[in-house]
Design a protein around this ligand. Structure first.
Ligand SMILES: [Mg+2]
Length: 412
């Protein structure tokens, strides 16, 4: 059996997705997600111009060898574009292998370690009543863990708050937060870390007292604090028992988390902008994080993520795979098969894709009683309707940028 063709499909049902479809000489097809939010065409071009020509004629069953061929063979290693491209090939080959075996992919990864993957949803609001409404809606949908993001008094649009202007698609509903916006240039948001540090603990105090001690609550700091600010925040949130504080500092300065750790027992999650196990080596061996936030899509696929999670397991570090709607249903399915199989699963980020996206991607995964399950369809369990995809051509869209009140560029 050989790889006969590989095609890159870019579609924008409400937001952009990049998908690789590999077809074997036996007519078996596999799908891989290569979506890199705001930089989609860079990966699409990397795949179509540089990767696809090298795939034709290869044995689709040799997944490890193909991974090493693409990683080592490029010479220029790592980075989000390269690793998303490798991830797409890797996912598609695992999809094919599981289809050939006639089993859902998680069976090839060791079988199920649990009945389902605990999911967390994104609740947000400009103020407390709006946040309560959003949490209530998520609880009614069945979520058993909630990320809480809040507006900050005195600031306009801020990260993670749907009602304060994150609308990426026309007529989007309030909780369908899609930060990439179809504008010619990125939109600009405002930030004031001191105002945030004052306000956020008051929100968690109110939410914790309203919803009681059991509900797992999460928060994303989105890389905005200095080490000492993050230490202060972790300490001030400790009494509200967060499941995790995510991306409290920019991920590049890894020693920052040593300072944070010295001051707080609030669990830390990081890694959604990381691409390889090497990005985690220092953090994992020094036990500076509690959860790995990588997306299977951005970290070289299932082959690489399985190794990363096995490495993390030695240090009792668990998964918290990145899974907002900029991960396509293909990438989400890959995360669910892996999450179901590994022993050190922690939690899975989950936002339901739009009706338009689910018109293009047909999925077999389910969300019930707060748990996600990848389903029992052989392979990844996702198919792509290419006619439906063609009806949604690529739309240029950018993630916002962020400035302090005096105009200084800051981390978004
Ligand atoms: Mg995040």
């Amino acid at each position: 059996m050989k790889i006969e063709s590989a095609t890159v499909i870019v579609t924008s049902p409400g937001r952009n997705f990049v998908t690789l479809k590999i077809t074997t000489s036996d007519g078996v097809t596999g799908l891989g997600d290569a979506t890199l939010n705001g930089r989609e065409l860079a990966v699409a071009t990397y795949l179509s111009e540089h990767v696809v020509p090298t795939l034709i004629g290869r044995d689709p069953q040799n997944i490890e060898d193909t991974w090493q061929y693409l990683y080592r063979g490029a010479y220029w290693r790592r980075g989000p574009v390269t690793m998303a491209a490798i991830a797409a090939v890797d996912m598609a080959l695992w999809d094919i292998k599981a289809k050939l075996a006639g089993v859902p992919l998680y069976q090839l990864l060791g079988g199920a370690s649990r009945i389902g993957c605990l999911a967390y949803g994104h609740a947000s609001g400009a103020d407390l009543p709006a946040i309560y409404d959003s949490i209530d809606e998520h609880l009614e949908l069945g979520y058993r863990a909630i990320r809480v993001q809040t507006g900050i008094p005195g600031l306009g649009s801020v990260y993670g708050v749907a009602s304060s202007g994150g609308a990426g698609t026309a007529g989007t509903v309030r909780y369908d937060y899609e930060p990439a916006q179809p504008l010619g240039v990125p939109s600009e948001e405002q930030w004031d870390t001191r105002a945030y540090l004052r306000h956020l603990p008051t929100v968690f105090e109110a939410v914790r007292s309203k919803y009681g001690p059991e509900l797992p609550l999460l928060h994303d700091g989105h890389h905005r604090m200095t080490p000492i600010q993050a230490a202060k925040l972790g300490k001030s949130l400790e009494e509200f028992d967060l499941f995790w504080l995510e991306d409290c500092t920019p991920a590049e300065n890894q020693d920052a988390l040593k300072l944070v750790r010295q001051h707080t027992t609030t669990p830390l999650a990081i890694g959604e902008i990381f691409n390889t196990v090497w990005d985690y080596q220092y953090l994992i061996t020094n036990q500076l994080i509690d959860y790995v936030r990588s997306a299977v899509t951005h970290t070289g696929g299932i082959t690489a993520m399985k190794k990363l999670m096995d490495f993390a397991a030695i240090y009792q570090i668990k998964s918290g795979f990145h899974g907002p709607t900029d991960i396509s249903p293909v990438g989400q399915a890959a995360a669910l098969h892996l999450g179901l199989a590994i022993h050190n699963f922690g939690i899975q980020e989950y936002m339901k894709h739009s009706a338009a996206a689910l018109d293009v991607f047909h999925t077999s995964y389910t969300f019930e009683n707060g748990l996600l399950h990848p389903g029992e369809t052989p392979g990844l369990g996702v198919s792509l309707d290419e006619d439906a995809a063609a009806a949604y051509p690529y739309v240029q869209a950018y993630l916002p940028v962020n400035r302090l009140l005096d105009g200084t560029m800051h981390d978004w």
